[in-house]
Design a protein around this ligand. Structure first.
Ligand code: NAD
Length: 501
């Protein structure tokens, strides 16, 4: 890290609550500690493309200490009654709400998402803490009419043990909340390895947990890059791995878990098909397509980045979506009026812009965008690209098949329902899919035929804690959220009792 960048006051002026030279230790056994080898790294604010913060960078030795701490805390935490675990989670939820603005600003500083989206994310994190508290308070096994004479039989739900949670940068707290709170509600302890792009929002969330009354060692945070994640995934004393991130990393984590039969849930990449039929409400469909392409600057696993439009309305819809994309307000993510912020990191900028070159080579028709944003000094300094749409895209092309994770859409046309379903399913991913129609028969038929964990009809990107979320195919294994969310963090034990008479 360069001293010059740390002493430059711009990030401090924008974020006075997070001084650029502040130091942040790992959270292990309730204590803030430096990395054993003294390593640090810096966050990068993507709006200014400027470094800030001195963050301890954990290695395998730090991960080992954190896992030992979580193991030592496990017996104590599992013996806390579910009702008392729920009380702590509810206090934590209240603290998150009190600090919602701070947590939102911290995430904007880390990943450049708009303040409006991150304010919602803070409140969503608090809502998740409350939701899983209610599940903890209602945790139960089952009793059965005895299947055998002179016997009784029942089941109990037990925590799995130490959970290793590895998370991405694109929505750091919400995505963590779907792991952290059910894991704790069920009586597990946890070691979290947040993304190196967004390490400090997770750290702050964990500190609020301590304030809420969590015993030391129940939640540990080891910041660092992929090597720390790898050490956690491969640690022999981690009983359950909960991962959200790319499909490539997910595969490595699945293999690491398989080597010792650890429980594994994986929330991986997506490239959702977003289909429009001629009978749809086109005004709403166009807005839905724009949301699907640009929410979170397109850095969303549930992006609708493959646009499939019926040939009869194709040209009109593409023209309207292109116009709306070109009108979006691109700029400072702290400004509540901003609709598109910067990309989250320098590697992400390099990846997204590489697809502009790929699209030129593949010969797709550029409808709008296709380059870095320009026009004022702030846009040129930050990690901005223009919202982009290509039309006439072959579904087998790289643009249509690969997850870009930026505001870049690939549009194509179809003529029959069968062709739409075939194109939609012709991809390794299966996280989300959606379509716009008023035909009830088609609603039932297509929602069954689309191979995705979530299907949206006449809406896009809605969700609720009551409904499970997760992927088919290369988009993941298992589900998060939902009324059965604690199943992924418990073992079910069957108990038989033989009676003397
Ligand atoms: P990533 O796979 O690069 O990193 C995710 C996490 O894994 C980070 O904490 C990283 O440090 C860590 N990591 C990297 N290499 C590792 C290794 N070898 N072993 C263990 N950990 C390792 O993903 P990302 O770029 O942070 O996130 C974007 C991806 O996440 C996209 O593919 C997106 O679709 C996906 N995502 C999925 C969902 C979902 O719910 N399905 C939600 C959000 C994001």
């Amino acid at each position: 890290m360069q001293d010059e960048q740390l002493t430059d006051g711009a990030t401090t002026a924008r974020f006075p609550d997070f001084p650029a030279d502040a130091e942040y230790g790992l959270l292990i056994n309730g204590q803030s500690v430096p990395a054993m080898d003294g390593s640090t790294f810096a966050c990068v604010d993507p709006f200014e493309d400027r470094e800030w913060g001195v963050v301890a960078s954990g290695s395998a030795a730090d991960v080992d200490l954190a896992v030992s701490s979580a193991r030592a805390a496990f017996e104590r935490w599992r013996s806390v009654s579910p009702g008392n675990r729920a009380r702590i989670l509810l206090r934590w939820a209240a603290l998150i709400e009190q600090h919602a603005e701070e947590l939102a600003r911290l995430q904007v500083h880390e990943n450049g998402k708009t303040i409006t989206e991150m304010q919602g994310a803070s409140l969503g994190t608090a809502a998740a803490a409350s939701f899983y508290a209610s599940l903890a308070a209602n945790m139960h096994g089952e009793t059965f009419e005895s299947p055998l004479p002179r016997h009784r039989a029942w089941t109990v739900r037990e925590p799995i043990g130490v959970v290793g949670a590895i998370t991405p940068w694109n929505n750091p707290l919400v995505l963590l909340s779907w792991k952290l709170f059910p894991a704790l509600a069920a009586g597990n302890t946890i070691v979290i390895k947040p993304s190196e792009v967004t390490p400090l929002s997770t750290l702050r969330l964990a500190q609020l947990g301590l304030e809420a009354g969590l015993p030391d060692g129940v939640v540990n945070v080891v910041m660092g890059a992929g090597a720390a994640g790898k050490a956690l995934a491969e640690h022999p004393d981690v009983d359950k791995l909960a991962f959200t991130g790319s499909t490539a990393t997910g595969r490595a984590i699945a293999l690491a878990g398989a080597a010792r039969f650890a429980h594994v849930t994986l929330e991986l990449g997506g490239k959702g098909p977003h289909i429009v039929f001629p009978d749809a409400n086109l005004d709403r469909a166009v807005e839905g397509l724009v949301t699907g392409l640009t929410a979170g600057t397109g850095q969303a696993c549930n992006a609708g980045s493959r646009v499939l439009v019926h040939a009869d309305i194709h040209d009109e819809v593409i023209e309207r979506v292109g116009r709306r994309l070109s009108e979006l307000r691109v700029g400072d993510p702290l400004d509540p009026e901003t609709e598109i912020g910067p990309l989250a990191s320098r590697p992400q900028l390099a990846k997204v812009t590489s697809y502009f070159d790929i699209s030129r080579e593949e010969g797709h028709r550029l409808v709008t965008g296709g380059q870095r944003a320009s026009g004022d000094a702030a846009l040129e300094r930050g990690l901005f690209v223009e919202p982009t749409l290509y039309a006439g895209v072959d579904n087998r092309s790289r643009l249509a098949q690969e997850e870009i994770f930026g505001p870049v859409g690939a549009a194509m046309s179809f003529t029959t329902d069968e062709e739409a379903v075939r194109l939609a399913n012709d991809i390794p991913y299966g996280l989300t899919a959606g379509f716009w129609t008023k035909d009830v028969d088609r609603v039932h038929r297509l929602s069954g035929q689309l191979r995705a964990g979530t299907v949206w009809v006449n809406t896009w990107r809605v969700g609720g804690l009551q409904l499970p979320f997760g992927g088919m195919k290369a988009s993941g294994v298992g589900r998060e959220m939902g009324l059965n969310a604690l199943d992924a963090y418990t073992e079910t034990k069957s108990v038989w009792l033989g009676l003397d008479s």
